[in-house]
Design a binder for this molecule. Sequence first.
Ligand SMILES: C[S@@+](CC[C@H](N)C(=O)[O-])C[C@H]1O[C@@H](n2cnc3c(N)ncnc32)[C@H](O)[C@@H]1O
Length: 301
Amino acid sequence: MRILRNHHPNASVVLHRGDCLPFLRSLPARSVMLVLTSPPYNVGKTYESRSDMGTYLASQRLVITELARIVHPEGSVCWQVGNHVWHGQVYPIDSLVYRDFIDSGFRLRNRVIWHFEHGLHCTTRFSGRYETVCWFTKSDEYKFYLDRIRVPQKYPGKKHYKGPKKGQFSSNPKGQNPGDVWAIPNVKHNHPEKTQHPCQFPLELAERLILALTDPGDLVCDPYMGSGTTVAAAILHKRRAAGADILGSFVEIAEKRVRQAANGKLPRRAFGRPIYAPPANTPLTTPPWDKNGKRGPQSEQ
Ligand SMILES: C[S@@+](CC[C@H](N)C(=O)[O-])C[C@H]1O[C@@H](n2cnc3c(N)ncnc32)[C@H](O)[C@@H]1O
């Protein structure tokens, strides 16, 4: 697979090392069907220097304005973010950039809650167990293929209980709409997709959006690609991909994953696999304390 470093009209994969803003400016108008990205949250991760919120939001505004130029009229932007946290106060980033998207002409279709089970254990507020994906479209005529991402029905044997269809099965045999709360494990510790990157999102999150919002051959762009989850998912599903990251070490990880995706060797958690529910009555699922909170002798072995 040929991977280019800069935009070229015939490229199937471009992985750019550098600031995303000039990279986005190099892309032709209306050329991208989907921008799927998770920008820095301005929380002082290894790959960002924390700045005041005004500076951070001004830089995001420049990027959002550029997205309005490059996104195809039938295309979308999916902005995946969590909270900026400062002195124990929580600032939801999607709320802070919402106005910039609307002022740039985008229309919000869904604010998907991505729920996961693992993360920091807070002691002065509830532990955060979700982030959001705001899905914006450029117009009212947009690509959306629900049937490709339906999920199994909870009650496939349910029947109409009254009316002319009484007694007939009522659920869609293709599955149900996945809704706007998606439970997908986050990429931690021994997750099969884990790389050296500190905050990847899972392939399944990217794949759902790519399948629902683009066709094969469309261009998918991630201006803050990190470990390359979006670009690798795009290649898995025969889309073209363009990504940028400011750190060369992350571009290398992304390149490796894109090549693995092209060769059918990308390590991954199976698409659609249910959340793991541990079996009852094992040492791990049996409380090692009595009703007074005292630990039994076996807990010290
Ligand atoms: C939240 S991470 C993205 C993770 C990605 N979704 C994944 O699954 O691996 C944000 C990324 O943006 C990169 N970044 C920060 N500022 C940037 C900039 N101005 N231009 C391009 N990339 C930048 C960081 O190096 C980091 O890898």
